[in-house]
Design a protein around this ligand. Structure first.
Ligand code: CS2
Length: 478
């Protein structure tokens, strides 16, 4: 390893900063490999600086602030790495600094707020609606009330912080702006609207009314596989770039961004970098959520059951591969529209998943199963059953999750305590209780419960899918 190398900074690289016009909540690797990359690659990117706030911990902001927001993007193909310095984040802030958030959101120049706060942070109940009564929301409402009354408490959830900051924008008379959800949820703009309005209504009707009239909620489908950075990546940057970067990001070369909605105060020309603006986002969202994220969740649980650590390892396992194709066949039957190019999309995914130079850990994808499976397995299962088919390919994903929970007693999940209780039951009772946390739509249907229960064990070491072969699927379109 090279020593005495200078640390990356704006002075070192002679870069200037753009004025803050975008505020981001959820400073993490994905934001840096995706929205920050698109902003840098827009022709007017030099006019659009991002102030990015972390979620629970300050670490990512501290590391980035030390480098004036600069970092290296390592683009990792199946053959080689290439390095690019990204400078569109001009301010990296600890999410707990709610004062700074309010200040920036109330500035007239701020036109866009982007979110990567995770699916679980939208406060959805198992019926998919915003749960105003959940303990996290109730606790943050108490803090919002205190903050609104000039107290010392500040909200701690991204939603609470966002609502407080939007209230500050209303008070400042800074005008309309767009909130852009970049989390993997169907109709994420609408989900964000319900969550923000639900929280605001419970706090201050005036703020809620202002949000209703002035905030545009934009839906997006976002895509770029971004594994965790490792110490070896830091050493690689030092060796190849000649500076020390404590915060590089690794991503695959592929990226995609589809957006739908209004930007009342403007936005960068992200389309220069390949973003696509459409009127109807649903087909694109479903394609990405089902084919990419659905397969990811399936591989995360099935792959770990079979002793694998990364996506590319799981993809080398015939059983996992077969299960993925079965699920894709089911999903593809409900993806229509020629420009979706489903067979090509599947082929591209096989290649992306198979990139063994990207160590995308299955354990990372396995987190927050109750929320993710509601978006990834349930819609395909429901669509299959509505057409009179079993939906066994989607049910396999649920069965793999249930088997995975039998050995993972402390899973990261927004419903961790309920999961813990359900997990202690036995047999079909356990299956039904766990499914109810994904959605009552699953647990209320005895046929679905026994279908999933019957598929449990499908990924045991000696199993073959033929012994559990799902009912023949008709109507494949690829
Ligand atoms: C993954 C996603 O962790 C997960 O749930 O499925 O983060 C996935 O890698 C991205 O959506 C890719 O764009």
């Amino acid at each position: 390893m090279v020593t005495n190398t200078p640390q990356l900074s704006r002075a070192l690289r002679h870069t200037t900063t753009a004025p803050v016009r975008i505020v981001h909540l959820g400073l993490g690797a994905f934001h840096r490999s995706h929205q920050a990359w698109y902003t840098q690659h827009s022709r007017d990117g030099a006019e659009w600086g991002i102030a990015a706030f972390t979620g629970r911990r300050p670490d990512a902001a501290d590391a980035l602030a030390e480098q004036d927001g600069l970092y290296t993007l390592i683009e990792r193909s199946g053959q080689e790495d290439s390095f690019e310095m990204i400078g569109s984040i001009v301010e990296a802030v600890d999410g707990a600094d709610v004062g700074r958030l309010c200040e920036l959101v109330s500035a007239k120049e701020t036109a866009v707020i982007t979110l990567t706060i995770t699916e679980a942070a939208y406060g959805l109940a198992s019926d998919g609606r915003f749960d105003a009564g959940s303990p996290a929301v109730a606790d943050d409402l108490a803090r919002l009330r205190d903050a609104g009354a000039g107290g010392t408490e500040a909200p701690t959830t991204p939603l609470g912080r966002l609502v407080l900051a939007l209230g500050a924008r209303r008070d400042a008379g800074a005008g309309p702006l767009a909130v852009v959800s970049c989390d993997n949820l169907p109709g994420n703009g609408e989900v964000a609207r319900h969550a923000v309005l639900g929280m605001a209504e419970a706090w201050d009707a005036g703020v809620a009314a202002w949000i209703g009239q002035n905030v545009s909620f934009v839906s997006t489908s976002v895509d770029r596989i971004t594994p965790r950075t490792t110490p070896a990546d830091l050493a690689k940057v030092e060796e190849s770039c000649g500076y020390r970067d404590n915060s590089p990001v690794v991503a695959e070369p592929f990226r995609n961004w589809v957006l739908s909605g209004d930007f009342p105060a403007g936005r960068p020309r992200w389309e220069d970098a390949g973003a696509v603006v459409v009127d109807d986002i649903e087909p694109y969202e479903n394609r990405k959520l089902w084919l990419l994220n659905g397969a990811h969740s399936l591989l995360a649980y099935a792959g770990q059951l079979r002793g694998h650590t990364t996506v590319s390892e799981a993809l080398n396992d015939r059983l996992c591969q077969e299960a993925m194709e079965l699920f894709w066949d089911e999903a593809a039957a409900h993806l229509s529209g020629e420009d979706l190019h489903v067979p090509e999309y599947r082929e591209a995914l096989r290649e992306r998943f198979g990139n063994s130079r990207i160590a995308h850990h299955l354990s990372q994808i396995a987190a927050d199963g109750t929320t993710k499976l509601r978006m990834r397995a349930l819609p395909v299962l429901a669509a299959e059953r509505a057409q009179g088919r079993s939906g066994a390919g989607s049910a396999l994903m649920l069965a793999a999750w249930i088997d995975y929970l039998a050995r993972e007693h402390e899973p990261q999940d927004p419903q961790a305590s309920a999961l813990h209780v359900a997990n202690r039951l036995d047999g079909q009772e356990r299956v039904a209780a766990l499914l109810s946390l994904v959605s009552p739509q699953l647990s209320d249907n005895p046929q679905v419960v026994s279908l999933v229960a019957g598929l449990c064990g499908a990924f045991a070491a000696e199993a073959t899918l033929t012994s559990h072969r799902p009912q023949k699927i008709s109507g494949r379109n690829s």
